[in-house]
Design a protein. Structure first.
Length: 260
């Protein structure tokens, strides 16, 4: 009897270990799908900001990324009053460019992008596996999707949020929902990624969100008897993995485009 008990216990420990390994691999896959190493990436982004009681505003931009060098450039193309503004990351620094005074100012990954509910960090590769440890992993349904819901806690200081909840589809390792939390456990933001587009380039297939909806759980207004939160819908189109000039990832490029 004792031998059977020990065998059963060892089997449970073994299965738990295998599950932990599988969950860890799935989280790494979720991180890898947000990065495009070995290639340039560019796309048109449209951000629709919805502030309850104030209406909607639209920002259009072109994004360029070179993830293997940690560089990216965002050029704002609309509306007219914002056209020519830009953002540049290189050497772990992020700069904001305003053509009105031809000036670069330092910004950070945590800062809001063009006063929307998106931050600068939302446009870069996500480091779920590198910067966080798995506190809990539970298999759940998200609508019709079979997911693993991760509770992640930061293992480094330089993160945007110290705790995340992440819904990742088991079949493909794609992030479908994310909740950002403060150190005290307060929910700060909720991001939904309902669908992805598959882009094939150079013999590889890349999964790019069709759109993302970011809700700010701290900024909102009570209208009638209902609390309505600020939301930003991000739509991604014309995704490309063609090479772009090295000059695109420089300050002179933003200065040049800001004059047009």
């Amino acid at each position: 009897m004792k031998k059977i008990f020990l065998c059963g216990l060892l089997l449970l420990v073994s299965l738990s270990y295998l599950s932990a390994l599988n969950y860890s691999e799935l989280l790494k896959k979720a991180e890898d799908t947000t990065a495009f190493y070995g290639t340039d990436f560019s796309a048109n982004y449209t951000l629709v900001q919805d502030k309850p009681g104030e209406g909607k505003s639209i920002t259009e931009a072109i994004m360029y990324r070179r993830d293997n060098e940690g560089k990216w450039t965002i050029l704002v193309t609309g509306p007219a009053g914002e056209k020519g503004k830009g953002y540049l990351q290189y050497d772990n620094n992020i700069w904001f460019y305003d053509p009105a005074d031809n000036c670069f100012t330092f910004t950070s990954a945590k800062d809001k992008f063009q006063n929307t509910n998106a931050t600068n960090a939302d446009f870069a590769p996500q480091k779920y596996y590198q910067n966080y440890s798995i506190d809990e992993a539970v298999e759940v349904k998200l609508g019709k999707l079979d997911c693993v819901r991760f509770t992640l806690k930061a293992k480094v200081d330089d993160v945007e949020y110290p705790m995340l909840k992440l819904w990742v589809t088991k079949a493909d390792g794609l992030v479908r929902k994310k909740e950002d939390y403060s150190l005290s456990g307060r929910k700060m933001r909720t991001t939904a990624v309902p669908s992805y587009q598959l882009v094939q380039s150079n013999g590889k297939k890349y999964s790019i969100p069709v759109s993302m909806l970011i809700q700010d759980n701290l900024r909102g207004k009570k209208i009638g008897n209902e609390m309505q939160y600020e939301k930003t819908q991000i739509t991604i189109k014309n995704a490309s993995f063609q090479s772009v000039s090295d000059s695109v990832y420089t300050k002179p490029y933003l200065e040049l485009m800001g004059k047009k």
